[in-house]
Structures are given as C-alpha cells and as structure tokens.
Write a protein that binds this ligand. Structure first.
Ligand code: UDP
Ligand code: MG
Length: 319
C-alpha cells in the first residue's frame, strides 16, 4: 500500500488542530482501502497548547506524528523539516488553519496516480485578503517571473502533493534562507495544477505580518536570481556613458564659447541622486553578501526537540 504524508506546519494553531485532524481524517477514510497515511505536524515553536493537543491525538491515533522544532523558525523552515521527516511515498503540504480545503486531497491523489509528481493547488480567489495585498502580490509575481529563470506561479502556494522524487530533490537544497516556492520549480518534474477555493481561516489570526511578507518577497528574488546585480551594472553603465558625453559637452562649450554656468542646483541634485543610487545599489549588493555570510556558516537549518515516530533512516535519509 502506498503511504501519504499529510504535512502541516503549525504555529499557535491550538484552536484549529482538532478540526483539521477530523476533516482530513474523514477524507482519508474514504480511500483508506488503497492508501496508508500519516499526519506529520511540524510544531514551529508554538507558544500555546498546540503540541499538547497533537500529543493527545497521537495517544488515540498512531498515524499522527509530529516534529517539535526547538523554536519558531518560520513556515519555510518548518516545511524543510517536513521534507526531512516525511515517510510517505507522497506528501501533501497543508496549512493547519483549514484554508486549504481537505476535499482537494482526493483530486491531488488522482492526478498523482495519473503520473504527475508535483500536483499544486492554485487559488481561485482569496476571501479575506485586502485589495492592496492581492495587487502587490500579483505585481510581485510578474516581476519575479520576468527576472528569474525559475518561473514562480501566481496564486500557487504551498498546498500541494509532492511525489517522493520531488521530496528527495528538495531535501538536497540545504540553504537556510529558503524560498520553497522557487524550489518546487527548481526541482522540476511533472507538474499539474488543481484549482481550489481558499477558505477563511477556521480560527485564530494569520501569522503573516507585512514585514515578513516583504522579507519573503526579497528572499524570493535574491535566492532565485542575480538579476538585481545585473541591473545595477546596467544602470551604472548607462549613467557613465551619459556623464561622459555631458562632460565633453561642458568641456567644449567652455573651451569654444566661454560659457561656464553657475549651476549649484544641478550640482546638488546630481550629487544627491547619484548618492542615493549608490546607496541603493550597495544595499542590493549587501543583500547578496548577507546571504553568502549566512550560508557559509553552514549551520543546520533547524534543530529539533522531539520527534514522535521512528524514522526509517534508510528510506528517508537523515537531515
Ligand atoms: N506557520 C508556521 N510558522 C510560522 C508562521 C506560520 O509554521 O512562523 C504555519 C501556520 O501555523 C499555518 C501556515 O504556516 O499552518 C500558514 O500560516 P498562516 O495561516 O498564518 O498564513 P496565511 O494563510 O495567512 O498566508
Ligand atoms: Mg492561513
């Protein structure tokens, strides 16, 4: 029997876990004659009762597993732990807040049986999200797509089924500044889209702050492409060429016509403009150097406090 891992990162989801477990179990019960399954909750340093609730579930149902991370690392890293500890032939990544409708699981598995190795959910619409968030994210994906050679799809998140080949592929990417959406694309394999309607959160509040979204957005660009660096070189080259001709122009007009303009405003504007541009470009270079700095330390991506199951190391490899 093939085994499916339902992997759910959770951070302070105490109010949602039981409901999530019930609804997903109900769906999986329908196909339990053909598939074995496990829940894999990744406790991302929750401060509430989340872990206790999962442990209580495990008492009743041995198919519930969990990995308890040593602190809050963020969803991207929680998912990395999910890839490492999943034991299934396929895994389905789902948020614990029931925004990803469990019924879609069956559709995903059907496509998996059809030979697709990465069946990703694409949102039809997003209730409860502001106009501003929708617009910025759609522009962001356009820019990201233009710049990187790894196309990241708009409206597609982490709700997806991954075959073991994809899991093994992503497990090889050990960077600690993670942008998992880029990784799914990077590993390739046969992809298939499944549409779904995102639900409202069952309970609790979204953990995303604007600041973390902006950070993830910057990570998305800087971990997928060095296009910003190329743009800085390009802008630098264009400005140098223009200044070169301007220099010849001033030189000639002074030499032949004796014009030596005053031009304090022009001067100060140019200095400020170029100064600003230089700082911006230094910042961009700094982003990449910062990434190098973090990656060369070669720290483990995460540490764990506790794992409920017995890992089949032969099969899944050790993180
Ligand atoms: N999450 C996590 N670690 C974090 C933040 C979030 O594991 O630091 C989990 C969270 O518990 C949920 C999923 O990631 O299962 C998506 O988070 P959330 O619902 O807050 O984000 P949104 O759906 O609003 O994008
Ligand atoms: Mg959510």
């Amino acid at each position: 029997m093939k085994k499916i891992t339902i992997c759910s990162p959770m951070y302070n989801e105490a109010e949602n876990i039981v409901q999530f477990y019930d609804e997903v179990s109900k769906i999986l019960a329908k196909i339990s004659d053909k598939y074995d399954y496990e829940f894999l909750f990744i406790n991302d340093g929750s401060l509430d009762e989340s872990l206790n609730i999962v442990e209580a579930l495990r008492e009743k149902d041995a198919r519930v597993n969990f990995v308890d991370l040593s602190r809050n690392y963020g969803k991207e890293i929680a998912m990395a732990a999910g890839f490492d500890y999943a034991t299934g032939d396929a895994m389905i990544i789902m948020d614990t807040d029931l925004q990803h409708p469990p019924a879609i699981i069956l559709e995903m598995i059907k496509e998996w049986e059809n030979g697709y190795q990465d069946v990703y959910g694409k949102r039809r619409e997003r209730p409860g999200e502001s106009w501003l968030k929708r617009k910025t994210s759609s522009y962001y994906y356009k820019i990201l797509q233009k710049f990187s050679n790894v196309p990241v799809l708009p409206g597609v998140g982490d709700f997806r089924l991954l075959d073991r080949v994809c899991i093994e592929g992503i497990k090889k990417l050990r960077e600690s500044q993670r942008y998992t959406k880029g990784m799914y694309m990077w590993v390739g394999y046969r992809k298939k889209e499944v549409l779904f309607d995102a639900e409202e959160r069952f309970a609790g509040e979204t953990k995303w702050k604007w600041s973390s979204l902006i950070n993830l957005a910057i990570d998305g660009i800087t971990s997928n492409t060095i296009m910003p660096l190329r743009i800085t070189s390009f802008v630098g080259a264009v400005i140098s060429i223009i200044s070169f001709f301007y220099m010849i122009y001033i030189f000639c007009s002074t030499l032949f016509f004796g014009i030596s303009g005053s031009g304090f405003p022009t001067l100060i504007i140019t200095i400020l403009f170029l100064g600003g541009l230089q700082l911006l470009f230094l910042g961009i270079i700094g982003e990449y150097i910062g990434k190098i700095f973090i990656e060369v330390k070669r720290r483990p991506i995460y540490l764990i406090q506790k794992y409920s199951g017995e890992k089949d190391f032969e099969k899944t490899g050790d993180p």
